[in-house]
Design a protein around this ligand. Structure first.
Ligand code: DI6
Ligand code: FE
Length: 407
């Protein structure tokens, strides 16, 4: 790559719309890292002769981070959606052997190639909206081989596409049918066999548990956290989505990097998160799709200054969504998050939810040049529009990896 100065742009380097540089420039050296950024008029003469790329007055933000996805899975669940429209609840469908378990059947049956192909289509949609880092969970395999297949697909996506993939082992997502009535035995399998093997193979960056009435109990979740600790891996948790079970407090005791969903979180849970530095990940897509009415306790989170991230939760059951921009709009309309909160929620705070605040979510000299250029007049438009393509360019490690037609 030629050393390049990106210019004719407005810059929002920290994902904070209150800190901007009008008529800015970014100098990117040939190794794909940022040499300098600032106002065009202050560009050091050292960079004056570098190749130039004109961003046509676009707003530039850090590449977006989608910090909670189940992007890799087989099949889809439109039929179940239809059943829900006819009156069945998500929990009823799960108890009838539908829900997560039906995706488990489809994921187990899919070849690694087929799984890669259908997941890649979803990933491409996210990349066209400026996502340059993403978390991908397992949890639709629920046996060693199928969990391995999912995680391998996730890793391969990160090798074949211009995106940094962080993998999360979610073996404790649901009880596989062959363990019906034997949840503790399944947790043994997760802790003693699956997690150690997959961690040894380098397929796991973090460990997650679905701590919920229809998922796993506090005691079972704790066993998984202990196993993660033994493997030296950070933990995250799906907690307080359908009820308040105290999963967040438990995860905080294991220094969880994030606690996700959180509609039913109470103040004790929030206080525990501050102690442990846990990020709250809010998932408006799931809230919307299951027509939840309990709002996450944003005022409490604000009052206690808990960092809040926003993500797609891309999954076939509760958030069949491949648009982080749409989630940004929903975080504002449904949860009443402000524009700055939303923008930080998909940049700095999302990076922190992955334990990667040092690598993603802000633009600084010395960091990899991962940024998105937006065809908007103001940053608020990123939250205002929904269903409208806004991303004119995605640059990863200094290379243009996506360009809007006509840009
Ligand atoms: N919470 C969710 O919203 C998803 N998983 C989870 O633990 C739902 C996954 C699914 O229904 O397939
Ligand atoms: Fe999820």
């Amino acid at each position: 790559m030629k050393p390049t100065v990106w210019h004719n742009l407005n810059l929002c380097p920290h994902g904070d719309p209150d800190v901007t540089i009008l008529d800015g420039a970014i100098a990117v050296q040939d190794d794909g890292t940022i040499a300098w950024l600032g106002a065009q008029r202050d560009l050091p003469s050292l960079y004056a002769g570098w190749h130039r790329e004109d961003l046509k007055r676009a707003w530039v933000t850090p590449g977006l981070v989608d910090c909670h996805t189940h992007l890799v899975y087989g099949g889809q669940r439109a039929d179940e959606f239809a059943q829900r429209l006819a009156g069945a609840s998500y929990e009823e469908i799960a108890r009838r052997g539908g829900g997560i378990v039906s995706t488990v059947r489809a994921t187990r049956a899919a070849s690694e190639e087929a799984l890669f192909a259908q997941s890649a289509e979803r990933l491409e949609a996210l990349l066209a909206e400026g996502v340059t880092a993403i978390e991908i969970k397992s949890g639709y395999g629920l046996d060693l081989e199928s969990e391995r297949k999912m995680l391998r697909v996730a890793r391969r996506l990160g090798e074949r596409y211009p995106v940094t993939v962080y993998t999360t082992f979610l073996g404790a997502h649901a009880l596989p049918p062959e363990f019906a009535g034997r949840a503790d035995a399944y947790i043994n399998e997760v802790c003693d066999r699956m997690l150690p093997a997959l961690a040894d193979e380098g397929l796991v960056d973090a460990v997650d548990v679905f701590c919920e009435r229809i998922g796993f109990s506090l005691a079972q979740s704790e066993r998984v956290f202990e196993a993660a600790e033994r493997a030296g891996l950070p933990v995250k948790v799906h907690a307080e989505q359908l009820s308040n079970m105290g999963g967040t407090q438990l995860a905080a005791r294991y220094n969880a990097i994030s606690a996700d969903h959180l509609e039913f979180l109470d103040e004790a849970g929030v206080l525990a998160m501050i102690e442990s530095g846990t990020v709250a990940v809010l998932l408006p897509g799931a809230f919307y799709f299951i027509r939840e009415t309990q709002l996450p306790p944003l005022d409490l989170l604000r009052r206690h200054r808990v960092p809040v991230a926003v993500s797609t939760d891309c999954n076939p059951g509760t958030s069949p969504c491949t648009s982080l921009l749409t989630m940004m709009n929903m975080a504002a309309t449904l949860f009443r998050m402000s524009v700055p909160e939303v923008l930080r929620g998909v940049t700095v705070h999302a990076a922190r939810a992955l334990g990667q605040a040092g690598r993603h979510g802000t633009l600084e000299a010395g960091r990899q040049a991962d940024f998105a250029a937006w065809r908007v007049q103001s940053l608020a438009e990123l939250v205002y529009w929904f269903g409208r393509p806004l991303c004119s360019r995605v640059v990863r490690a200094g290379h243009t990896v996506y360009q809007m037609r006509g840009d």
